[in-house]
Design a protein around this ligand. Structure first.
Ligand SMILES: [Zn+2]
Ligand SMILES: [Zn+2]
Length: 417
C-alpha cells in the first residue's frame, strides 16, 4: 500500500507548541493532509505517555490506533490513521573540546520498550518537564540505551543540517555520522533532511550515500503536520516503515519543502537584513558587513563544506528515492486570494477543498489538474506550476523563513480582473 508518513511530531507537552497538539487533533489533521502513519512524539513525557496509554490501542505490527469510541467521532473516511511510538531527544554534552548538541528521533515498537527506555532515561536526566527532553548524555550512549530497550528500536538523527542542534550542524555537531555514534554507527540507517535541506543537497556528500533520507514536519501545531513527509509502499505500520528504511524495498521517497523556504538555508543576519550565498560569505570571511559580527552560517554553506560532489552534481546514491516538492495548500490559497494564511477566508476555502477532493496531498499531487481548474481556475494554474517546479524563490536565513511564490504580483492582479 502506498502511503505517506510523518514521523517527527510534537505534543502540547513540548516547549513552544500549540495547546491543540493532542492525539485527536493530530489524527484529524493527518486525515486532512492525507497521512496514514504519524508518530506520537514525546512519549517520554509522563502525562503524554498516560494519554497514549489511555487513548490508543495496539493495532498490530508496532502500530496503534485511537480507541474505537474516539476514532468513530473523528474518522471521516475509511482510512484509519495509525500512530507509532517516538520521541525527539536532545543530547547535550562535551566531546573533544566542543559542546555538542544533537537531536535524535527515537522509535520503539511497543509500550513495554517505551516504559523501559523512559525508566532508564529518567535516571539520567529530567524527562518530566519538556516533551522533547534535554539530556546530558553522549549520543552514542543514547543509541545504546535505545537498542537495549528492544532489538527493533531505532534512532533517526533529526534535521541533520540545522546549525545549532544536529549531528552535522556547523555550531555543535560533527563532520560525520560515525564521529557521533562511534562503534554503533552501523545501527543508523536513515537520516532526516530537515526543512532547510533537500535530498539533492544531501547527495553531494558521499559519506551520506548509505543512509535513506526521511522528511517529516517537526510540527509544533496540528495544522503543520505533513509540511514534509516520507512516502512508502509497504504495510502502514512500525515494521513496514522499519524494513523499508533498513532494506530499501518499500521506501519510495520524500515530499519536501523547497529548501529555500527553510529558516536556515543561506547565511546571514536577520537583524541586519543580510542574506548571503556561501560564496559571498567566503569573500567576507564570515563577517557581517553591517554589524561586523560573525554571520549565522546556513545549511547550504555547511553542505558545501562537507560535500565532495559539486553543486551541479547529478549523482544519485543507491539509497535515493523520489523527491516531490510542495508548498502547503493554505500558503497557495493565501497567495492566490491575497489574504493572510491564517484568515477565515483561507481556512474556509481550505476546508471546502478538502471536503471536495479528500486530502491536501491528493490536491497537491494526485487529482488531475482539469478537475481542480474546473472548481477554481487560479488554483488549477498554481498547482500545475507547483507540479512542474515552476516557482519563484527567496531564500530563508538566520531564523527567517524563505518565501516561495507561484505567481508574480502583477500576474495575480491581471488574472483577478
Ligand atoms: Zn529538533
Ligand atoms: Zn549583522
Amino acid at each position: 500500500m502506498l502511503f505517506y508518513a510523518d514521523l517527527h511530531i510534537h505534543s502540547k507537552y513540548s516547549r513552544a507548541t500549540s495547546k491543540d497538539s493532542t492525539l485527536e487533533q493530530h489524527a484529524i489533521w493527518a486525515q486532512k493532509k492525507g497521512l496514514s502513519v504519524i508518530s506520537t512524539g514525546d512519549f517520554t513525557h509522563p502525562d503524554w505517555f498516560n494519554e497514549i496509554k489511555e487513548k490508543l490501542i495496539e493495532d498490530g505490527n508496532g502500530a496503534f490506533r485511537l480507541k474505537p469510541e474516539i476514532e468513530k467521532t473523528i474518522l471521516k473516511n475509511n482510512r484509519p490513521v495509525r500512530f507509532i511510538l517516538s520521541v525527539e531527544i536532545s543530547t547535550i554534552y562535551k566531546k573533544g573540546d566542543k559542546t555538542r548538541k544533537v537531536h535524535h528521533i527515537v522509535f520503539v515498537p511497543d509500550i513495554k520498550s517505551a516504559t523501559k527506555l523512559r525508566k532508564k532515561l529518567g535516571h539520567i536526566g529530567n524527562i518530566n518537564s519538556d516533551g522533547r527532553p534535554i539530556i546530558g548524555l553522549d549520543s552514542r550512549n543514547l543509541l545504546e540505551i535505545t537498542l537495549e530497550s528492544n532489538e527493533n528500536s531505532f534512532i533517526i538523527p533529526a534535521h541533520i543540517w540545522t546549525p545549532w542542534f544536529s549531528v552535522l550542524g556547523s555550531k555543535s555537531g560533527f563532520n560525520s555520522i560515525e564521529e557521533c555514534y562511534e562503534d554503533l554507527s552501523d545501527y543508523i540507517f536513515a537520516v532526516e533532511t530537515g526543512l532547510s535541506s533537500d535530498p539533492e543537497m544531501n547527495w553531494r556528500v558521499s559519506k551520506l550515500d548509505r543512509y535513506r533520507l526521511v522528511s517529516n514536519s517537526d510540527a509544533h501545531s496540528p495544522s503543520k503536520l505533513a509540511r514534509e513527509a516520507t512516502v512508502f509502499d509497504a504495510t502502514p505500520d512500525y515494521y513496514g516503515i522499519l524494513n523499508s528504511l533498513k532494506k530499501g524495498n518499500g521506501y519510495i521517497g520524500t515530499v519536501e519543502f523547497f529548501p529555500e523556504e527553510g529558516k536556515y538555508h543561506e547565511d546571514g543576519h536577520r537583524k541586519c537584513n543580510i542574506c548571503l550565498t556561501p560564496e559571498e560569505t567566503r569573500k567576507l570571511e564570515g563577517i557581517c558587513p553591517v554589524c561586523g559580527k560573525p554571520l549565522t552560517i546556513g545549511v547550504l554553506n555547511r553542505v558545501c563544506e562537507l560535500a565532495d560532489r559539486n553543486i551541479n552534481n547529478k549523482f544519485k546514491p543507491h539509497t535515493a528515492g523520489k523527491v516531490y516538492s510542495l508548498i502547503p495548500l493554505a500558503e497557495i490559497l493565501s497567495e492566490i486570494m491575497q489574504v493572510g494564511v491564517t484568515t477565515k477566508t483561507v481556512t474556509n476555502e481550505y476546508e471546502r477543498l478538502i471536503n471536495k477532493f479528500g486530502s491536501e496531498f491528493s490536491i497537491l499531487r494526485e487529482i488531475p489538474i482539469e478537475y481542480i481548474t474546473k472548481d477554481f481556475p487560479l488554483l488549477g494554474e498554481g498547482i500545475s506550476r507547483l507540479r512542474a517546479g515552476a516557482v519563484v524563490k527567496h531564500s530563508g536565513f538566520d531564523g527567517e523563513y524563505g518565501i516561495i511564490k507561484l505567481f508574480r504580483q502583477n500576474e495575480l492582479i491581471k488574472k483577478k480582473k
